[in-house]
Design a protein around this ligand. Structure first.
Ligand code: F6R
Length: 241
């Protein structure tokens, strides 16, 4: 694992965007594995800037997102489809037909999850996967547990994650309790991984990335098995390293 520590979130975002831009420049039809949440917002802003300056072309780029809340359709302003449209896709020349987010409203969620894995395979896998990290060490919605699921599946959100995400909803009871998420399989199969973390509340989870332990109780520790992970941190997130 390669750790990069910066003084500010702005620098974290600019550096992460640089890493992603390099992949897009080297492979015009690159498959980007994307995340939502606060961590990558600044990076998406930087990517939009690079596009507006004419130094980045997304016309052939494809994307596949990590997760989506069960029960929220793409028009819901807290759905992850809506997040991706408003934070990135609507502002660059990406063909929306090449952007995929799990369907949280599918009648048969299990079948939908299976199809999502087949889709990832049919795209030739993920060239670069962007990740945030939960304060409890979750990646995607793979929450701490005795065992983790390999493939895309429906996950129950933990109390802690519901609380952490309540800030985006009118109240805690409006936060969906389930999500469709990629399992650790497609994440670890990505050719390259960029994990972004900022803020002191991530320091404990970030520390687990350097300890000599791999445990399903802290799902992000499985990333130690991957040969090409860059962890991009601000100094608060790095404060326990
Ligand atoms: C988002 C996702 C989550 C977040 C994590 C951190 O698609 O899969 O694992 O990356 O919860 O969220 P933020 O960045 O909001 O702190």
């Amino acid at each position: 694992m390669n750790f990069k520590v910066f003084d500010s979130y702005e620098e974290v975002s600019a550096y992460s965007a640089e890493l992603l831009a390099k992949v897009i420049s080297e492979k015009e039809d690159a498959v980007l594995g994307l995340a939502t949440g606060s961590s990558p917002v600044g990076m998406y802003k930087e990517l939009i800037k690079l596009y507006e300056e004419g130094s980045l072309d997304f016309s052939k780029t494809k994307s596949i997102n990590l997760d989506e809340y069960v029960g929220l359709d793409g028009n819901h302003d807290q759905s992850y489809r809506y997040f991706m449209d408003t934070n990135l896709f609507d502002h660059v020349n990406m063909d929306k037909k090449n952007t995929y987010v799990p369907d949280g409203t599918a009648e048969d969620l299990t079948e939908g999850a299976k199809k999502y894995d087949e889709l990832i395979e049919s795209m030739g896998g993920i060239d670069v996967q962007v990740l945030g990290i939960g304060p409890n060490g979750h990646i995607g919605f793979n929450e701490p547990a005795d065992e983790l699921k390999l493939n895309t599946h429906v996950a129950e959100l933990t109390e802690e994650t519901i609380k952490a995400n309540a800030r985006f909803f009118a109240s805690e009871k409006d936060v969906p309790t389930r999500a469709v998420t990629m399992g650790v399989g497609p994440i670890l199969k990505a050719k390259k991984i960029i994990l972004i973390a900022s803020g002191e509340n991530k320091a404990w989870a970030v520390k687990s990335l350097v300890d000599d332990v791999i445990t399903t109780k802290i799902p992000a520790t499985l990333l130690k098995l991957h040969p090409d992970v860059t962890v991009v941190l601000d100094k608060e997130a790095a404060s326990m390293l």
